[in-house]
Design a protein around this ligand. Structure first.
Ligand code: HEM
Length: 514
């Protein structure tokens, strides 16, 4: 692949990508180079000082140094940037003798390194600053308070206690995501509710998420789409798997909500739904506590467009009676109350699956474990669990701290925020040995297997659906008569959820479906 990249017309971007891969592949060499560079710098400084002393230069008055922070940052950034290529050029050949510099790219690394590299890029290219902050917080222990953002929770046990402790943490007070949702959707939107009303509403919605209803939807709505994907791949086509997932997830979401789409332009309608969800979630951010007036207006423009679709299904006499809009009406909810709930479920049902599943598929292909999955159907459930553990489509959730408290030795102060970082938690070696390694044969501790779907009163309503969708899609992929290869991929930039913006896949050998 490296050769092909080099010969494409993409030029500098490709070369940079390739150099970054070489650097990533040579991580140990870079650590050595950095240390040597630091030592050389230290010796240089000592040498200069001794030389000045030998020729008789003496300090005549106390000398003070003022460090100009941006200058220091630029200098250290610059020297770090110099070290990486130097390490790749001079240290790596000693480190891995016999391996030519140009061949130490990810395509020549171990499959596991390749999978790790692409997952790293998925985050680093999307929101680098947020990724750096999460990474930094992860290094600071079980929990890290980084004002003014809040306390990052990196430990599974603490996370579960925070999410279930409604006396000290909530989802609607200042600092929580609920505040932003209330501005955009009104006060009736599940994620911004707490207490008995929230519990009662959730209980009443269970029918829409029952296993029986989900399998009915899978059979009637997404089965034909998956069959279409398999047929396209079997005829040798290259398919954008992310585009497929957008249609897949939006079709399921629309059926579930009872949103009727024009049969003449189904794909267009689904693309529109997905774009609305993306625009909406883009309004949230790691450090944001309120939406500005302009953002609130934008949120209302988006929800008005959704409301038009939902109104139709709410009033309709012909859509499925189990659909969410119809259920809400049957339960006596006025349209305004139903709207917030339907929209929040719609958002949950689209983006997370659309970006999560392509990453899972890429992990399977990049790590070489798709071959194992093809040979062993009994590993399907394990692959789904391990895939979700690695990609944690919803990276973190927020809680407002409503009263001072201490959870397993970690102090939370009233008025601050707790950020439960699933990405860090689900890779922690303490609960998941060698946690950064993707292994579909891993036995996951059942206490934490589903933690990435939340816990406590706000635990995900769509867990069963998400797992069933992942099983349906991965089962279809493993049953293809040929090995999947990734022809091209592009990464999300600046989106709420890290992922691929496109993942072109094809069968290595065009062959018929089993
Ligand atoms: C890829 C899969 C998914 C992941 C990783 C995921 C993750 C989560 C998490 C972590 C929460 C808890 C939020 C919090 O505590 O603040 C949540 C809540 C929620 N999810 Fe999901 N979700 C997924 C798919 C879905 C799907 C497919 C649906 C709907 C069909 C859905 C609907 C919801 C709803 C309605 C809530 C709010 C529940 C409440 O506030 O009581 N999710 N999800």
């Amino acid at each position: 692949m490296a050769g092909r990249w080099r010969t494409t017309a993409a030029g500098r971007g490709i070369r940079l990508h390739e150099s970054l891969q070489t650097i990533y592949a040579d991580r140990p060499a870079i650590v050595v180079a950095s240390s040597l560079h630091e030592l050389a710098w230290l010796f240089g400084a000592i040498e200069t000082w001794i030389a000045l002393w030998l020729i008789g230069v003496r300090r005549t008055r106390p000398v003070g140094y003022t460090v100009w922070p941006p200058g220091a940052a630029i200098l250290s950034g610059w020297s770090a940037a110099l070290r990486a290529p130097l390490a790749a050029r001079f240290i790596a050949p000693v480190w891995k003798p016999g391996v030519a510099a140009h061949s130490r790219t990810i395509s020549n690394c171990s499959a596991m390194d390749k999978a790790g590299w692409h997952e790293f890029l998925v985050y680093a290219l999307n929101r680098p600053l947020a990724f750096a902050i999460i990474h930094l917080a992860a290094r600071l222990g079980q929990a890290a308070n980084l004002p003014p953002i809040g306390t990052f929770v990196n430990d599974a046990e603490i996370a579960r206690e925070v999410l279930t402790d409604t006396a000290h943490f909530d989802s609607h007070s200042p600092g929580s995501l609920g505040v932003l949702l209330t501005q955009a959707l009104g006060s009736y939107a599940l994620l911004n509710m707490d207490g008995p009303e929230h519990r009662q509403l959730k209980r009443r919605l269970l029918d829409v998420f029952s296993t029986k209803y989900i399998s009915l939807l899978l059979n009637t709505v997404t089965d034909p789409l998956v069959a279409g994907l398999r047929a396209e791949l079997a005829t040798g086509c290259t398919v954008d798997f992310v585009a497929f997932m957008k249609t897949f997830a939006s079709a399921m979401a629309c059926a579930m909500m009872g949103v009727a789409v024009d049969p003449a332009d189904e794909r267009g309608a689904y693309a529109d739904m997905f774009a609305l969800a993306t625009e909406f979630t883009a309004l949230a951010g790691l450090g944001k506590r309120r939406l500005s007036a302009a953002e609130t207006a934008k949120a209302h423009r988006i929800t008005d467009r959704w409301a038009a679709h939902i109104r139709e299904s709410y009033d309709s006499k012909t859509v499925r009676e189990n659909s969410l809009a119809q259920q809400m009406r049957a339960m006596g909810f006025p349209f305004e109350a139903a709207k917030g709930v339907v929209i929040i479920v719609m958002i949950g049902a689209t983006e997370l699956i659309t970006y999560g599943l392509p990453r899972m598929l890429a992990l399977l292909v990049d790590s070489g474990q798709m071959v194992k999955l093809r040979d062993r159907p009994d590993l399907l459930d394990g692959a789904v669990d391990e895939g979700f553990r690695m990609v944690t489509p919803s990276n973190l959730v927020l809680r407002a701290v409503t009263a001072d408290c201490e959870v397993r030795g970690v102090r939370f102060r009233r008025g601050t925020r707790a950020l439960v970082v699933f990405r860090t938690i689900m890779r922690h070696d303490r609960y998941f040995p060698n946690g950064s390694r993707f292994d579909i044969e891993r036995t996951i501790d059942p206490r934490f297997r589903r933690l990435l779907f939340g816990a406590g009163p706000h635990a995900c309503l769509g867990t069963g659906l998400a797992l069933a969708e992942a099983r349906q899609v991965l089962a279809a992929m493993r049953e293809l008569d040929g090995e999947i290869e990734i022809a091209r991929r592009r990464y999300n930039r600046g989106q709420t959820y890290p992922g691929y913006s496109s993942l072109a896949i094809r069968l290595r050998r065009a062959a018929a479906v089993r």
